[in-house]
Design a protein around this ligand. Structure first.
Ligand code: SF4
Ligand code: SF4
Length: 411
């Protein structure tokens, strides 16, 4: 860890100069970068952003330069550049460190308030109950009609909100769930924060799939947020604090299964001493049981950035999708960002919208009825897009599909 400010960086943990120097300026990452593809601007490419950070390190640019802030904000953090880079530049860590420097300078206390919701155990569950009430009471319709959402610039966020369940997955799943039959493995399970309150079916299905594959699943009550949203928005000290707390909560678990791509990537990076595994990766390692009768229909699969590029996990979800469906077709540019990217779809709706349109066109071009998606942000974004188009395509987490296939064959 680099603890000394370098050049014009103002705080500790600046982007390490040796990592910045690893970039040999070959440009191999440019065709993979969505923001470069959309703009054609060098400064909106990975190479350009690294050059901007290097200029600050070498004292040729000030930390308060607007171009630096704009380009680090405009980056999706999709990490497609890291997969493409032959020199192995750790762009993700550079971006986190660069954003952290900017955030310490310019983020006011009130701008950090929304993030506080993720920091205390149970805060998001309280909010979810209020949202449930908001949706059920008819207040939602009145508020939409009043124009208040538009005035508060919350229209986009509210329109993406799916029906909020009354019970979180925490309410149902905390505790230990024995394997069906002989125990092959004992694993911890992350419920997540957004997954916990908005994707209850997905968490229940993940536990069911693991149990059917011989895992005893342990869900510790003291677990909280992994800190991914904080790390992506440049709040590294808080992200590290949350990661340390999560590591503590899973002490005694040999492995921790994760069904959210963003959380898995963050945990592998920040939870030192914890063996986090994406659930598809874990099932393939274990030698998973294929359902006797796959689900019928044409399916396709979208690579969440933080699964494909953040964790290098692309083959295991495809193996599972191929086993659970009668037909799996490859999605064109499956590993291109859908525009969700944490809260990017709220901060940069136009760019996110363009990327979403491309993703929806690609999905429709396959003729698939179902697209497998293993990340909560992508699920919200793609489902919203599919809903607005009004077609018959559904976006589902592969664990929900697999649990359904098992149940259909009585396994
Ligand atoms: S993270 Fe994505 S948007 Fe950002 S520089 Fe890399 S490829 Fe481009
Ligand atoms: S591919 Fe890697 S080394 Fe080449 S320009 Fe991009 S970040 Fe630098």
């Amino acid at each position: 860890m680099n603890l000394r400010p370098e050049g014009n960086w103002h705080f500790e943990d600046a982007p390490p100069p040796e990592e910045l120097l690893n970039c040999m300026r070959c440009g191999m990452c440019l065709p993979a970068c969505p923001t470069y593809q959309l703009t054609g601007r060098e400064q909106s490419s990975p190479r350009g952003r690294i050059a901007l950070m290097r200029a600050v390190s070498e004292g040729d640019m000030q930390l308060d330069s607007s171009v630096l802030a704009e380009e680090l904000d405009f980056c999706l953090g999709c990490l497609a550049c890291t997969t493409a880079c032959p020199a192995g530049v750790d762009y993700g860590s550079l971006l986190e460190a660069g954003r952290d420097q900017l955030a310490r300078r310019r983020l006011a206390w009130w701008q950090k308030l929304p993030f506080k919701l993720f920091e205390g155990p149970g805060r998001l569950r309280v909010l979810a109950r209020l949202l449930w009430l908001y949706q059920k009471s008819g207040l939602a319709r009145a508020v939409r009609f009043s124009g208040l959402l538009r005035a508060l610039r919350l229209q986009e966020a509210e329109s993406m909100l799916p029906p909020v369940p009354f019970h979180s997955s925490y309410d149902t799943l905390v505790g230990e769930h024995p394997a069906y039959g002989r125990e092959r493995k004992r694993v911890g399970m992350l419920l997540g924060c957004v997954m916990d309150v908005l994707f209850v079916e997905e968490n229940l299905a993940t536990v069911e799939v693991l149990r059917r594959n011989g895992c005893t699943v342990v869900v510790p009550p003291s677990q909280g947020c992994c800190g991914a949203l904080h790390a992506h928005s440049g709040q590294l000290p808080t992200a590290r604090k949350l990661a340390a707390r999560l590591t503590e909560a899973f002490q005694g678990c040999e492995l921790v299964a994760v069904n959210s791509a963003g959380c898995g990537a963050c945990m592998k990076h920040h939870c030192q001493g914890l063996q986090a595994r994406d659930v598809h990766e874990l099932l393939v390692e274990l030698g998973w049981q294929r359902p006797e009768r796959p689900l019928s229909g044409r399916f396709t699969y979208h690579d969440a950035c933080h699964l494909a590029h953040g964790q290098g996990v692309t083959a295991p979800p495809r193996e599972i999708m191929r086993g659970l469906a009668t037909e799996l077709v490859e999605l064109p540019r499956a590993d291109r960002c859908c525009g969700s990217a944490g809260i990017y779809n709220l901060t940069h709706p136009e760019t996110a919208g363009e990327l979403l349109e491309d993703k929806l066109n690609a999905i429709e071009s396959t003729g698939a009825e179902v697209v497998g998606v293993a990340n909560p942000g992508c699920l919200l974004q793609i489902r919203q897009g599919l809903r607005l188009r009004g077609g018959r395509v559904r976006a589902e987490h592969p664990m929900v599909l697999l649990a359904r296939a098992y149940r259909a064959t009585g396994r």
